[in-house]
Design a protein around this ligand. Sequence first.
Ligand SMILES: [Zn+2]
Ligand SMILES: [Zn+2]
Length: 371
Amino acid sequence: MPETGRAAIFTDTGKPFEIREYPVPDPAPDGMVVRVTSAGICGSDLHVWRGDIRIAMFGPGARILGHEMTGRVSRLGANVRTDSMGQPLKEGDRIVYPYFTPCRRCYQCLRGEFAACPVKYPPIPICDNAPHFFGAYAEYYYMKEAAFVFKTPDELGDEMVTPVNCALSQVIYGLRKAGLKMGDTLVIQGAGGLGVNATAVARSMGAGTIVVIDGVPERLKLAKECGADVLIDINEAATPQDRIAKVMGLTGGRGADIAGEFVGIPAAVPEGIAMVRQGGTFLEVGNISIGQTTAIDPSMLVWQNKTVVAVNMYDPAILPVALDFLMRNKDRFPLAQVVSHRYPLEKIDEAFQQAEWTGKKTAIARAVITP
Ligand SMILES: [Zn+2]
Ligand SMILES: [Zn+2]
């Protein structure tokens, strides 16, 4: 009897997850099999679960969802001896890795633009087909090619490391691409997993005044503890005009050097652009639901020399930067609090319902599955 592992299978919106068991695959010579120890429920997973991003995009058939995760090397491919920093790697080591794989065989990869590789995140295969373990919500994760994998320091617990391969690396990469400099005034739209991480990262990068906008008291409190200087509560500043006026008031009528959209609401885009000073930069990260549109006035970008930067995923070289950031700041910012609820694999439906409810009504950011 081959060893088996459990996985939570998503079949369609509105249907409960099913727990299935599959044989644990052998690793490919250049890859590995990971024993997943913690998997986060990210905003984009909720988009798929809810049906904003249809699972049908991938074609019919059941899939294992989830991309934000960490784990231990379970079975190492014969050709893999070290991590991507050249440190010896063995079975049992804790690791982080991107959930996407730049092909290193395309126009963008050749130029080192790994985040822009057009095939870095192919459709998730049907999980009934071997090697089965294509997503995070399972006991194992099959990494066909261990192109980018990094050993995790033991000083960092799973609750800190789980968001490293999604939210944390995403915001570091985004703020770098937006050109955040020491002393810059930054507006952060949304204090969910992305926004709270962005606040702490921007503080650490030397931002000047950091303004965070949200409507959930617990999230605003956490943003404050992660380094926000000014909080704008959307229950008090209820219209875009109110919030834009607040930012203008904080910046001598000029606007922020950078405004970043981390909430995933199309209407936040024109609002954020309006908060940016002439010559400043608007950073777009949150909106990922294709077809959800908004109206902007492009002449305002031209007349005011504004730059728009959009990022999806990141350069894998950001992962060790993210781990180092956590090592230096683990006692400074309460980022572990971003993980607010923990669920075993068989309670995944409850976890998604809680995450959905949490996102709308109260409390903090991430629910995690501990398979
Ligand atoms: Zn994510
Ligand atoms: Zn490529």
